[in-house]
Write a protein that binds this ligand. Structure first.
Ligand code: MN
Ligand code: MN
Length: 450
């Protein structure tokens, strides 16, 4: 059980494959900063790879509410004998604009936000931010918004309090309470509209929004606008061995499984990829893994194949399936090693991580993979020379976390957590190792082909 860097096991040729894969992955991260953008990128990539929305074809896909995607490559064996399923999530912690967001104070216009998922609020002040989302007009017209990503685009920011004045107000607070969520307001303008007496800067911003996008203040009520970091994915380190970017939990696994799926050519078992939404808030809601989405998709696939899509048939197909819950794991932080139990934690650069169970102290809320199934995964990975490690999220009394694994386990299938180690997880700039990203892709491809 030695812990040895994966890099020294790779030839020069393999290292260049790893670096090439990382370039394509960074492009995906830059284009897909929200769940809607990820769903669009994924469905367009699938189309280019020959996947069809006509479910009777061999390679098929379907998107749901522009936020989750289901893609299937039909295998040689019947679907009802079980599938190889990989599921990842494409939502990420962020700030959402409130329904009535715009206001003005001291001659500055700002948007109010409500954060989504597990963020550290202090991460979000004083960094460049971009706005992404849709505004749906009352007549159903949809206006897409994406400001802050092009080189000549403006960006947005949340004002932080200068150290000279923050001693009482912020510095003495607990880190988890500073700043208050209501203070996470996004600066968006400062020029007043001539001739308007009250809130003239806000009026000027509304004027620009009307002229540029045809939207009025009431339209924010039926909008979904997400505030995310404006910076791009970058290589990290003098050796360029790592990637720093927003949203790698869990788009790293989503990208790896997308690449794995499109590489398939008539596998033995049918291979299913589920890109799900709302994992970061507990898989609640109709686009999450807990909705009937999966069940309905399988129903429609069976129906399109002329098979009887009754309840028992669908449950049997799911019951006989085996799955990977593709989600990231927190790698050992070099400066906070004592939160990890280092013999069982995962490390950056040691390959894709297999996690037998999630949950917290006492395995509460865990979906635990069986020894037999882990042995099967070991056989598949070893046969394909995958560089992999095991992982457990933090010390027993300290750590913990959940994934979607338990929601697929409900159908009775074998499932195990397996994904990429990440540093600075849930921060605006998460860090992965290029080697681990590539081994995640190779691991998923090997699983699909098994
Ligand atoms: Mn995740
Ligand atoms: Mn997460």
């Amino acid at each position: 059980m030695e812990k040895e860097s994966g890099w020294i096991k790779k030839s020069k040729e393999e290292q260049s494959l790893i670096y090439d894969f990382a370039e394509r992955y960074k492009k995906f991260l830059n284009e897909a900063k929200t769940e809607r953008e990820a769903a669009t990128y994924i469905s367009e990539t699938l189309k280019r790879a020959g996947f069809s929305e006509d479910l009777s074809e061999e390679k098929v896909f379907k998107t749901y509410r522009e936020k989750s995607v289901f893609a299937l490559v039909k295998g040689k064996k019947p679907l009802t004998s079980g599938m190889n399923i990989i599921v990842s999530h494409i939502d990420t912690p962020r700030l959402d604009l409130k329904q009535n967001p715009l206001f003005e104070e001291v001659g500055l216009a700002m948007f109010r936000t409500h954060y989504y998922g597990g963020i550290k609020k202090y991460h979000w002040v004083a960094i460049p931010l971009s706005l992404h989302g849709v505004i749906v007009k009352v007549d159903g017209r949809k206006i897409n918004l994406r400001i802050g990503e092009e080189d000549d685009d403006p960006v947005f920011a949340i004002d932080d309090l200068l150290p000279h004045l923050s001693r009482k107000t912020l510095d003495e607070k607990k880190l988890s309470e500073a700043p208050e969520a209501e203070k996470l307001t996004v600066l968006c303008g400062s020029i007043p509209l001539v001739g308007v007496e009250k809130d003239s800067v806000k009026a000027a911003i509304l004027e620009i929004l009307k002229n540029s996008y045809g939207i009025v203040e009431e339209d924010f009520v039926s909008a979904e606008i997400e505030v995310v970091p404006a910076f791009k994915a970058k290589d990290v380190g003098i050796d360029r061995s790592m990637i720093g970017a927003y949203g790698q939990d869990d788009r790293v696994c989503a990208y790896a499984m997308l690449e794995a799926l499109i590489s398939l050519d008539k596998p033995e078992r049918s291979c299913l990829a589920i890109f799900t939404d709302k994992e970061e808030i507990g898989s609640e809601g109709d686009t999450a893994i807990r909705s009937s989405f999966l069940f309905m998709m399988i129903y429609e696939v069976l129906e399109s194949m002329g098979l009887k899509p009754d309840d028992v048939t669908i449950k049997k197909a799911l019951f006989s399936s085996r799955a990977i819950s593709a989600d990231v794991n927190g790698a050992v932080n070099p400066m906070y090693q004592d939160v990890h139990e280092k013999q069982n934690a995962c490390y950056l650069g040691l390959g894709v991580c297999v996690e037998k169970f999630t949950g917290h102290g006492g395995k509460i809320g865990a979906s635990e993979a069986h020894a037999e199934y882990i042995a099967e995964i070991r056989r598949i990975f070893d046969a394909n020379q995958i560089i992999w490690q095991t992982g457990e999220l933090g010390k027993v009394d300290l750590g913990g976390g959940g994934t979607v694994a338990k929601y697929l386990a409900m159908y009775g299938m074998n499932i195990v957590d397996c994904g990429t180690p990440v540093l600075s997880m849930h921060s605006p700039f998460e860090i992965t190792s290029k080697l681990d990203v590539y081994e995640t892709f190779r691991a998923y491809r090997a699983f699909y082909n098994s």
